[in-house]
Design a protein around this ligand. Structure first.
Ligand code: ADP
Length: 184
């Protein structure tokens, strides 16, 4: 049973690697960014509320994402394990998740910190060209990452759950490193 959280700055390759590893392990890849983008596309009540935050590169309020993640983790396909990509993104969300998993006796989670330098992630994000990948918004997302998300590295190190992986290598190499980590 594999339960993994992927941490890292936007552009570190989290989404690509989380998806590849989840397919390899036959477990669901749960990306909060993907779920939120689909919700905005479908103009669901959640999507309508989340849209302005996402366009600005701000975090969507905790109660919205937390309800969304809780509901997703209760789906039957998540019983065999999962990879969470994009959640938690701040300490309050990590505390919420920790409590939720403890209640379900699922505390045995590993956290992969996929890191890459700022210049690398900025170049990658500019090349990607998503709606929120304009340079000003990218820099804002990186600031938010540094202020809100990076403290989770210390948080999960303290809980002895953190494994750091260098994302500044070709995707196939990073994928192999991740598969080896999971096998051990
Ligand atoms: P990236 O990996 O480039 O940061 P994501 O697809 O993970 O992009 O997220 C895109 C946007 O979705 C974020 O900028 C934020 O607005 C919103 N979002 C995703 N996950 C969360 C979360 N856990 N808490 C708050 N907002 C979130």
């Amino acid at each position: 049973m594999t339960r993994l959280i992927f941490l890292g700055p936007p552009g570190a390759g989290k989404g690509t690697q989380a998806k590849t590893l989840a397919d390899f392990l036959h477990i669901p890849h749960i990306s909060t960014g993907d779920i939120l983008r689909q919700a905005t596309k479908d103009q669901t009540p959640l999507g309508i509320k989340a849209q302005a935050y996402m366009d600005a590169g701000d975090l969507v309020p905790d109660d919205l994402v937390q309800d969304m993640v809780q509901e997703r983790l209760q789906q039957p396909d998540a019983e065999v394990g999962w990879i969470l990509d994009g959640f938690p993104r701040k300490v309050s969300q990590a505390e919420f998740l920790g409590q939720l998993l403890a209640e379900n006796k699922q505390g045995d989670v590993k956290v992969i910190n996929l890191d890459a330098p700022d210049d690398v992630v900025i170049t990658r994000l500019l090349a990607r060209g998503r709606k929120d990948d304009e340079e000003k918004v990218i820099r804002h997302r990186l600031d938010i990452y540094r202020d809100e998300t990076a403290p989770l590295i210390a948080y999960y190190t303290h809980l002895q759950q953190l494994i750091s992986v260098n994302g500044n290598h070709p995707p196939e190499e990073v994928a192999t490193v991740l598969q080896n980590i999971i096998a051990h």
